[in-house]
Ligand binder design. Structure first.
Ligand code: HEC
Ligand code: HEC
Length: 318
């Protein structure tokens, strides 16, 4: 029960609340507090008129200033694109084989390429580009389809064995389970393992079978064929595995590694070039043939040995 009365000591009316004989005076709110409160109410109303605020069925009220965070991001992206437009145009103009000679452009390409790689390639090739079963390691100098910056750019732009791009790199190993006897496959598994360890028997039925069935793609010497993306079988680097089970599966059922094409619209031309430059400098990049020839002329034979990039005479492989 609350009854209001006037406090004897101060002469101020009480609120009528009382706890153990202590009563609450009904002092007015301080002016400064009250005005601050009114100001925040006013500010709140004005804010919801100017900016997006009240949720409606489809979307919130837009606000008379027309501001949106989405629009701000779009403007930011446009600003960055504009700032990069000239360097991206320059990146597309330069011949990829000599890109590394232009320091500023090259370092832009490698950095931009690294971020393109993280966003688009790492889910298959690994964030460090070391690959996984079926997904080649891009750090080494063993290449299925070629390791010059032009080769890499072609692979990236068109992809491999995909139905989307008519210019995709394409080849298919037959499934020998339908062609050969089981014992023949067993002997080929042993033959391939021997080739990988460098102890190939010069002749014999398995070697004969290899020459008949496999050499047209993997080469008589087993060093593969980049025009067909056929892996080098002599380097003990395996895309699908070099143990008996993996080799039996590869030869019996064949394999069909697919990579999507990354040319526009998926990535811009400049992004394709940048990520190719990035992959090229990861460790196994090879010099373009003309570039190597010009380098040899300038500095004499053997000069390329001291460079970071492997020479083109490293055999084709996976
Ligand atoms: C969906 C998985 C996938 C994604 C994503 C992917 N790749 Fe690949 N990539 C593959 C496969 C599978 C192969 C090997 C195909 C084969 O067996 O020939 C390959 C092969 C390559 C090769 C050829 C390697 C060689 O030895 O010649 C390059 C270069 C390459 N990828 C770069 C990239 C780049 C750069 C990106 C990102 C823009 C990318 N890949 C994204 C699956 C992928
Ligand atoms: C028409 C061409 C062609 C013929 C013929 C062919 N291959 Fe292949 N082989 C390929 C291609 C292409 C690949 C890579 C497949 C992929 O990456 O999807 C491959 C992959 C392999 C691999 C996997 C290598 C690795 O790194 O994991 C082995 C092993 C292999 N072939 C063995 C053989 C043997 C043995 C024969 C003969 C019985 C043979 N191939 C015949 C084209 C061929």
């Amino acid at each position: 029960m609350s009854t209001r009365k006037t406090d004897d000591v101060t002469g101020i009316e009480t609120t009528g609340h009382e706890w153990d004989g202590i009563e609450e005076l009904n002092n007015p709110l301080p002016r400064w507090w009250l005005w601050t409160f009114y100001a925040t109410v006013l500010w709140g109303i004005v804010y919801t008129i100017l900016f997006p605020a009240w949720p409606l069925v489809e979307r919130a009220t837009g606000g008379v200033l027309g501001y949106s965070t989405r629009g701000e991001v779009a403007a930011e992206i446009e600003r960055v694109d504009l700032a990069n437009a000239s360097i991206q145009a320059a990146l597309l103009e330069v011949d990829p084989g000599v890109l590394a000679q232009n320091e500023e452009l090259y370092s832009y390409a490698v950095q931009a390429g690294a971020s393109v790689f993280r966003n688009n390639c790492s889910q298959c090739h690994g964030s460090g580009a070391a690959g996984a079963v079926g997904y080649p390691n891009l750090l080494d100098d063993a290449w299925l389809w070629g390791g010059t910056i032009e080769d890499i750019e072609y692979t990236v732009r068109h992809g491999i064995r995909n139905e989307e791009d008519p210019d995709a790199r394409w080849s298919q190993m037959p499934a020998f389970g339908e062609i050969l006897e089981d014992e023949e496959i067993v002997s080929l598994v042993a033959q391939v393992q021997a080739m990988a360890s460098g102890t190939t028997p010069a002749d014999g039925p398995a070697a004969e079978l290899y020459l008949q069935q496999c050499a047209s793609c993997h080469g008589e010497d087993g060093r593969g064929d980049r025009l067909q993306g056929a892996p080098n079988l002599t380097d003990a680097i395996w895309l699908y595995g070099g143990d008996e089970a993996a080799l039996t599966e590869t030869i019996t059922y064949s394999r069909f590694g697919v990579m999507p094409p990354w040319g526009p619209p998926r990535l811009s031309e400049a992004e394709v070039r940048a990520v190719s430059a990035y992959v090229h400098q990861l460790g196994g990049g090879e010099r373009a043939r003309e570039e190597e020839a010009s380098l040899r002329e300038e500095t004499g034979p053997g000069a390329q040995d001291s460079t970071r990039l492997a020479g083109t005479d490293a055999g084709p492989s996976d």
